[in-house]
Write a protein that binds this ligand. Structure first.
Ligand SMILES: Cc1cc2nc3c(=O)[nH]c(=O)nc-3n(C[C@H](O)[C@H](O)[C@H](O)COP(=O)(O)OP(=O)(O)OC[C@H]3O[C@@H](n4cnc5c(N)ncnc54)[C@H](O)[C@@H]3O)c2cc1C
Length: 426
């Protein structure tokens, strides 16, 4: 469990600019609820909020602090859809199933912006769009197909295919063109997560921080144990994502944690010179570079691959190398914050959502979980209440386990990633 590892020591820009939060007490003693949730990120907190709204007594157990995982340290990019593109989904699932799945994924964007409005969550929300920049000419041809499929098959009219010159108006990087989704954008992920937690508390949810779930017993009821107590409930939701580790090995072997690192520069004199339209941007490389501006005019940049579980000794230097390769304009600009987190990926790059009796789970958003996690939490509650149709659209897509189980999945996956990373350079 990584509650105190090296990743925890690097203070993120988000932690440094977090809204006030009252620490919640650890679990002490044995209690009962209708629903116990392991994990205080957006999946768990959304399930908690939606569960409480539907009349369930909900307890959340968070091993670290609310937002300690990916939800509080990610790139903050709102990217509608799934990691598998529409054309690929149509090829593998057929147009009808692909549309059913994408319609649901697209719903995540309005769910999140709606919650932000409803609960007045101060999280620097920008609905300025998301641009995928074509790093190679061949990538632009793929984007033409994707735009066509999104517009005609998916009936999704929010996409613009950009020429190299149009992409350059959006971001000062020489892409071959790009795909712009007008419904994308960005936010301060930790403040969004804290806002979701505050909304859950208001709805009657109990949250225990510093309460790592160490054992899960399933029988007629579910009981989740921490070092100092337990919660008995009719249902459990596992929302630990990449940090869940040994609590549920059967569930866990279908995801793979991959470390990723971000940096925030000092405020720039002219941030809009880099990203004039203030969109969230990522590129089409397999090892994605992704970046955006913060509300106070910093460049927040993530990218670069690293195939060892150990964080680089100097995260800022690691991130700077990749940042300056994309933006030579910021060479030498001070980096005020650098941090890392674990992204959980699946072999299909589609989320792993499902249930094993009374235990439900959702994870493996494969780098696209800022808004999907909130949607998934809601779908889990629907399933608990017997409304399974929407949940099944995701649950029917169970990704295969990583070969080699949890011990070997790392080394084998590294080999695969190295191959794809090499392809980026060809
Ligand atoms: C560096 C980075 C950048 C990213 N950038 C983007 C982006 O720009 N756009 C995008 O869409 N997605 C992005 N993602 C992915 C996105 O952040 C995640 O998919 C999403 O936050 C997952 O939310 P979650 O609630 O499922 O998991 P998490 O936020 O990781 O929450 C899980 C929580 O469970 C707790 N936990 C785990 N095990 C236990 C246990 N046994 N007992 C108690 N608590 C436990 C953890 O402490 C943690 O707080 C990024 C991820 C990372 C790491």
């Amino acid at each position: 469990m990584l509650f105190n590892g090296a990743l925890a020591m690097a203070e993120s820009y988000y932690a440094a600019t977090a809204n006030p939060w009252v620490d919640q007490p650890p679990l002490a003693g044995d209690i009962a609820a209708d629903l116990v949730i392991v994990g205080g990120g957006c999946t768990g907190l959304s399930a908690a909020l939606h569960g409480a709204r539907r009349g369930l007594r909900v307890v959340v157990l968070e091993g670290g602090k609310v937002g300690w995982g990916a939800s509080g340290r990610n790139g903050g990019q709102i990217i509608p859809g799934l990691r598998q593109g529409a054309t690929e989904l149509v090829r593998t699932l057929g147009p009808e199933r692909a549309k059913g799945l994408l319609d649901l994924a697209f719903e995540a964007r309005d769910l999140v912006t709606g919650l932000i409005r409803e609960h007045s969550i101060a999280c620097d929300l920008k609905t300025t769009g998301h641009l995928t920049g074509a790093a190679k000419a061949a990538d632009l041809r793929g984007m033409e197909d994707e735009a066509e499929c999104l517009t005609t098959v998916m009936n999704y009219p929010h996409i613009d295919l950009l020429s190299a010159a149009q992409a350059r108006e959006a971001v000062d990087v020489p892409y071959f063109g790009g795909l712009h989704d007008r419904r994308g954008g960005h936010l301060h992920p930790l403040n969004y997560t804290l806002g979701l937690a505050a909304a859950a508390l208001d709805a009657g949810v109990t949250i225990h921080e510093r309460s790592e779930a160490v054992r899960l017993d399933t029988g007629k009821d579910v009981r989740v144990f921490t070092a100092r107590g337990s919660v008995q409930a009719a249902h459990a939701v596992l929302a630990g994502d990449a940090l869940l580790e040994g609590l549920a090995p059967k569930v866990n072997r279908r995801i793979m944690p991959v470390a990723n690192y971000l940096a925030a520069t000092a405020p720039l004199a002219d941030p809009r010179a880099l990203i004039p339209k203030d969109a969230a941007v990522s590129d089409s490389r397999f090892v994605v570079n992704y970046y955006r501006l913060s509300a106070d005019g910093r460049l927040i940049f993530g990218g670069g691959e690293r195939y060892t579980p150990q964080p680089p000794r100097d995260i800022a230097a690691f991130a700077r190398r990749h940042m300056e390769a994309v933006f030579p304009q910021v060479r030498g600009v001070p980096i005020d914050h650098a941090w890392g987190g674990l992204v959980s990926i699946t072999q299909t790059r589609l989320p792993h959502v499902g249930r094993d009796g009374a235990v439900l789970f959702a994870h493996g958003y494969s780098g696209l979980g800022v808004i999907l996690s909130t949607l998934a939490g809601k779908l889990l509650v629907e399933a608990i209440l017997g409304e399974t149709a929407r949940f099944e659209r995701f649950a029917s897509l169970e990704p295969p386990p990583f070969p080699g189980g949890t011990a070997l999945r790392g080394p084998l996956h590294v080999l695969g990633m190295l191959w794809y990373a090499l392809r980026d350079r060809l």
